[in-house]
Design a binder for this molecule. Structure first.
Ligand code: FE2
Length: 354
């Protein structure tokens, strides 16, 4: 379903002209204020109900030219909401500037939903609390702690998808990791959120976390092997991450008789449940890193030990591209594509269907 959109400047100008024409009869003494160009920004008023859900997702954004280009790309796609997967400013003191940039491109009321990255959570490069304050949650029915560990069903009534947003593997204040180890409180919170979606027969589950497990970029499995395998065991449909400033998307992966567990830094072809771009729901999990929201790109390693799991990747040294993932869900199909920002050409597309 398309988001409703109104461009304030055009509407305001037309209203003013019509009002003035009416007032010409009376000498045109006054009229409603006409917004200056600086006050006109895209205003997306999303309608999040009905038979489809449309969202965008990306992380590692910054306050740069490419950050603004990616926001322009998002604005053109007209999603109902955006998931920002962490790392917003990379420096302290410009939190409000970041929020103003987002609102200037997407509108004051657009649901730009945030999850902490390591540059936001430890307080050194920006305060998470400030981002939470200036980009507050706008999705109804959200449970948990917005910005850090939360879930929400979309639409709220008769949901098509549960988004579970968690923060394993990154430092918070005082260099503390939040504990997502096996059967910790936060592990249990996550598994209960996923089990709850299954019990409620919500068709799709999507997990977001800043740091990935598998990567052909710079990082190893910061979220931990147990946590990654739990997501596979729960048959999460799609896992979204940032942290590595690359775009990379795995094949559909799953554990079972042929693959007892996913082992980081190695490759087992038996853990791939579907190697093409049209996948079947329930067969496994697709991991997608979208760390290309605007901050400078990292190189990818084409011969990484985990490369066999990946269907495609892009980085500073291979098909570089800033952009966003663009996802549409219906009860029967998840359709995803990578949409490059202006002047970049890399693309990706995949579906998961019944
Ligand atoms: Fe980052």
């Amino acid at each position: 379903m398309a988001a409703k959109s109104v461009t304030r400047g055009t509407t305001g100008t037309v209203t003013a002209i019509l009002a003035c024409l009416g007032l010409l009869m009376a000498g045109c003494e006054s009229g409603p204020p006409v917004p200056s160009p600086a006050e006109t920004s895209p205003l997306i008023v999303p309608d999040i109900s009905g038979a489809s859900v449309h969202f965008t997702a990306q992380g590692d954004i910054g306050v740069r030219k490419d950050s603004r280009r990616v926001l322009d790309t998002i604005a053109k796609l007209r999603p109902q909401f955006n998931l920002a997967l962490g790392d917003f400013t990379y420096r302290a003191g410009v939190e409000q500037q970041f929020c103003d940039m987002v609102k200037g491109k997407l509108g004051q009321d657009f649901p730009y939903e945030i999850l902490a990255g390591n540059h936001d959570s430890d307080g050194k490069d920006g305060q998470l609390a400030k981002f939470v304050e200036c980009l507050p949650n706008k999705l109804p029915g959200l449970k948990g702690e917005y910005g850090t560990q939360w879930y929400v069903d979309v639409p709220e009534k008769d949901p098509l998808v549960r988004f579970v947003m968690v923060s394993p593997g990154i430092d918070f204040q005082n260099e503390q990791h939040l504990d997502y180890s096996l059967q910790s409180e936060r592990w249990d919170w996550t598994t209960q959120a996923l089990d709850g979606a299954a019990a409620a027969k919500i068709p799709w589950t999507i997990v977001s976390m800043h740091a990935p497990c598998l990567s052909v970029g710079q990082y190893d499995c910061k979220v931990g092997k147990d946590f990654a395998n739990m997501l596979l065991a729960k048959k999460v449909d799609l896992v979204l991450t940032g942290h590595d400033h690359v775009y990379q998307r795995t094949h559909q992966l799953g554990t079972g008789p042929a693959c007892s567990e996913l082992v980081p830094d190695a490759f087992s072809p038996d853990c791939i449940t579907d190697p093409d771009t049209t996948m079947v729901k329930g067969a496994g999990t697709v991991f997608t890193t979208v760390g290309v929201g605007g901050e400078s790109l990292y190189d990818v390693n084409n011969s990484d030990s985990e490369a066999g799991y990946f269907a495609t990747w892009s980085g500073g040294n291979r098909d570089p591209a800033y952009g966003t993932l663009d996802v549409t869900l219906t009860v029967d199909q998840l359709t995803a594509r990578f949409v490059s920002a202006k002047d970049y050409t890399f693309t990706d597309a995949f579906t998961i269907g019944r």
